[in-house]
Design a protein. Structure first.
Length: 498
């Protein structure tokens, strides 16, 4: 009981302290006035103070009528200007009266709003809310005007009940009029309302945009596993006073869900041009079956607008190889192919020739030879590691000897420096069925060929009893620079191939 008395006292105090209100309207438009301070438990009577008459509820064909806290002028007319009051009747027989005055303004050339603007100025960052539109059920904004000129362009983002100016500046200051239609019992009326906008921009929102996840994405999960859902949204330029990026599960905000299973972590950051982003991660400690039926919605909100993206979960396919293995497998294969292509391109090994000359099975093995091939290669006179030597000492023996079972004779490996080189080389060559000549720029530009090269070339050219296999390790391109003997051998190779 004492509580009730206390409450009554408070509301009485509030009512008494209310100032009377003034409403302005343009002639011929609809006008709906709302009685301030009203609750559904009190009865309201509307009076026209100048005639002391009660304004009744709507009847067939009535232009001015009242219902609960609202007073309608459909449409208004200039003679409606005057004083009105709404009287609220409390249960203890006390009444409270609110005076208000209504002013109908005639249109003047080029003026689309009353001489007095009663609605608070928007000193803001670009969002201009259409005044009084909430009094009109199912109103639709038709057009916005600035200083009575229609607004158009990409800079203006139109919300249901507001307009947003992107990046407003001093030039945007002015009178903003929203014109909307109000439909009552099939009759359509125009309404307009105007407020002043004064830009005062330190930061500005942009229409919120969720960068990820994509709406309708399906995310693969495993039952019992943990999951993190990240949502990132762009919200404006510079730190935003209203910037929310949050997750709902079946439209219930995560903060109301079982926090042992769901919780959110958020942070914000700015990127180039001070574009402001927020990112919120929903952590689910353990995926349960019911989650597979749920909608996980990321909601991004700023002063302007809100936007949403909904994802669902689906069980990871169990059969077959896990995706990551397939990917790694494909990558390995790709790399292997790439390496082969590069090797082939780099060394231009004439594979057909190599195969025919080296891998051709010998029917007669007891021809007095020890080696299948003698390898001639450019000697490196520096101590630097050299790919040609690596090729000769490692790759060739590995493939031809270890894998294919052929026997090579390689200077430096099979002939030790310090032996009587010349005779040693000659002997080994005589015991070899083939010569493999590794052709590089170094070999070509070398003025003095090594001794074994001389012998080899001599044998190839004069005695012509040993087959020569050329391995072009580097792109030689123009053969014109080659020593005549080498050119001869290449020519022989080409003619024997065709
Ligand atoms: C309010 O007025 C009615 C009649 O005017 C009376 O019957 C009723 O008792 C009054 N209620 C209070 C709480 O004073
Ligand atoms: C409301 O108007 C009536 C009649 O004009 C006047 O008697 C009363 O004092 C006014 N009340 C307020 C709160 O302005
Ligand atoms: C609104 O802006 C107008 C024009 O600048 C100014 O005259 C008026 O005092 C302002 N009203 C408020 C409440 O700031
Ligand atoms: C709201 O207005 C639209 C068109 O403006 C109309 O189609 C719809 O029926 C209206 N709804 C109500 C509840 O009046
Ligand atoms: C409402 O305004 C529009 C454009 O200003 C006009 O064409 C139309 O006739 C008006 N409708 C009424 C019912 O006054
Ligand atoms: C999830 O969203 C879809 C599409 O909007 C809707 O059809 C479905 O009913 C929603 N499911 C739940 C559980 O809210």
């Amino acid at each position: 009981m004492t509580g009730n008395v206390h409450l009554m006292f408070l509301s009485t105090f509030l009512l008494v302290s209310m100032a009377s209100e003034i409403f302005d309207a343009m002639e011929g438009e609809a006008l709906v006035i709302k009685c301030p301070r009203w609750s559904s438990s009190v009865k309201v009577t509307w009076y026209h103070m100048d005639t002391n008459k009660i304004i009744p509820a709507e009847e067939e064909g009535s232009r001015i009528f009242s219902f609960k806290q609202f007073l309608w002028f459909l449409p208004n007319s200039r003679e409606d200007s005057g004083n009105y009051a709404c009287v609220t009747h409390f249960s203890n027989n006390r009444t409270k009266s609110f005076n208000m005055s209504m002013q109908v303004h005639p249109y003047k050339q080029g003026v689309c709003f009353p001489s007095q603007i009663r609605y608070p100025n928007d000193t803001g960052r670009g969002k201009i809310v259409c005044p009084t539109i909430d009094n009109y059920k199912n109103a639709t904004i038709i057009q916005w005007y600035k200083d009575c000129k229609p607004l158009q362009g990409e800079r203006y983002f139109k919300g249901e009940k507001y307009i947003f100016i992107n990046n407003p500046s001093k030039e945007d200051d002015g009178y903003y009029t929203c014109q909307f239609t109000y439909t009552h019992k099939g009759n359509v009326f125009n309404v307009s309302a105007t407020r002043i906008f004064i830009s005062k921009v330190k930061h500005s929102p942009l229409p919120p945009q969720i960068l990820f996840p994509k709406d309708k994405d399906v995310i693969e999960v495993e039952l019992g596993a943990a999951l993190s859902l990240k949502c990132q949204a762009r919200l404006g330029i510079k730190k935003q006073p209203l910037a929310v990026v949050t997750w709902d599960v079946d439209n219930i905000p995560v903060k109301y869900l079982d926090f042992s299973r769901f919780h959110e972590k958020m942070h914000f950051f700015e990127r180039h041009e001070q574009v402001y982003y927020r990112e919120t991660t929903l952590h689910i400690t353990e995926i349960k079956k019911e989650d597979l039926q749920a909608n996980f919605t990321c909601v991004a909100v700023n002063e302007m607008h809100n936007t949403k993206a909904t994802v669902t979960l689906q069980l990871k396919a169990q059969s077959g190889l896990p995706n990551s293995f397939l990917i790694i497998g494909s990558l390995v294969l790709l790399v292997a192919i790439a390496v082969l292509v590069i090797l082939y391109q780099s060394f231009r090994v004439d594979i057909v020739l190599l195969y025919r000359e080296i891998f051709q099975p010998y029917s007669v093995k007891d021809d007095g030879k020890i080696y299948d091939a003698y390898v001639i290669y450019p000697r490196n006179h520096t101590n630097e590691a050299n790919f040609v030597e690596y090729f000769v000492y490692q790759i060739m023996p590995d493939i031809l000897e270890n894998k294919c079972g052929y026997k090579l004779c390689i200077y430096g490996r099979d002939i030790y420096p310090g032996e009587d080189t010349a005779s040693a080389i000659e002997k080994r060559m005589q015991k070899s069925r083939r010569l493999i000549l590794i052709l590089t720029h170094q070999l070509i530009s070398c003025k003095e060929l090594a001794y074994d090269q001389h012998i080899a070339l001599y044998k190839a050219l004069i005695q012509n009893d040993t087959k020569v296999i050329l391995l072009e390790m580097e792109t030689i391109g123009n053969y014109a620079k080659l020593q005549e003997s080498l050119r001869f051998i290449i020519k022989q190779q080409e003619s024997s191939e065709t």
